[in-house]
Design a binder for this molecule. Structure first.
Ligand code: G5P
Ligand code: MG
Length: 217
């Protein structure tokens, strides 16, 4: 797959609810990249009842990973449709996914969000999402203007089935086993940037400082 001149390819890594979606939406707004979030795109298929959505629903509901063969093909097809610069969120999540992506669409840099686990577990309780757009809210952090309604469309917000405590614990355990090793994968490639903090507002200025230089704004 060819790359347009000057196009940037980047990805965000981090544990479940570490703020990947929140930071990504700030990045894409400020730096005009396209947000390609695997979870949002999978949930969209589930919501609209496609054949693929039916195939993957149980994995998401239970907090398990969608098998590599299914998700790799899906995400590479999604990326092939994106023109210009993009920011991946939630993909890759296993060594096999990272290797395939690196082979076919090597990224310029990987941003890792390092947020303490106890902070994360607390956050999901207050998360509400607008499924059609992937916009995410939190009653303690960025509450919607009208409770239960999306700020832009006024449509209903929902809680994710995988935000139930047992699914969250499963997701954190899978993250530790399968996804955390990717930090090392990108570190060895010399393209990892780590940002540490307990809140997105603490992490965000560090990200801006890095991207202002990296993207020469
Ligand atoms: P997802 O959708 O990729 P996760 O588990 O990786 O799901 P998640 O839960 O979407 O990640 P996030 O995007 O890292 O979390 O975090 P977020 O939504 O921005 O923030 C979490 C909450 O905290 C929000 O309510 C937000 O408002 C709030 N918040 C943010 N910052 C702060 C703060 O500073 N303070 C406070 N108080 N709150 C804050 O994947 C879902 C499933 O899809 C499948 C799997 O089944 C997966 O479990 N999947 C894949 N399967 C296989 N391979 C892949 N590559 C897959 N990708 C997805
Ligand atoms: Mg997310």
């Amino acid at each position: 797959m060819s790359r347009a001149a000057g196009a940037v390819r980047a990805l965000v890594l981090g544990a479940p609810a570490s703020g990947k979606g929140t930071v990504s939406s700030r990045i894409v707004r400020k730096y005009q990249l396209q947000h390609v979030a695997s979870g949002d795109r999978l949930r969209h298929h589930i919501m609209t009842g496609t054949k693929f959505g039916t195939q993957v629903k149980a994995y998401l509901d239970e907090g398990k990973l969608v098998p590599d063969d299914l998700v790799i093909k899906f995400m590479l097809d999604e990326l092939a449709r994106v023109e210009g610069s993009w920011l991946l969120d939630g993909f890759p999540r296993t060594a096999v996914q990272a290797e395939q992506l690196w082979k076919l669409q090597p990224v310029d840099f990987a941003i890792n969000l390092n947020v303490p686990f106890d902070v994360i577990v607390d956050r999901v309780k207050g998360r509400w999402v607008h499924l059609p757009s992937g916009r995410v809210y939190n009653i303690d952090f960025n509450a919607p203007k009208v409770p239960g309604k999306d700020d832009e469309t006024g449509e209903d917000l929902v809680q994710r089935p995988d935000d139930k405590p047992e699914a969250v614990m499963k997701r954190l355990q899978i993250y530790k086993e399968m996804t955390e090793p990717l930090i090392d994968f990108y570190n060895k490639l010399g393209i990892l940037e780590e940002f540490k903090g307990s809140t997105t507002d603490e992490i965000w200025p560090q990200v801006v400082q890095f991207l202002d230089v990296k993207l020469k704004q």
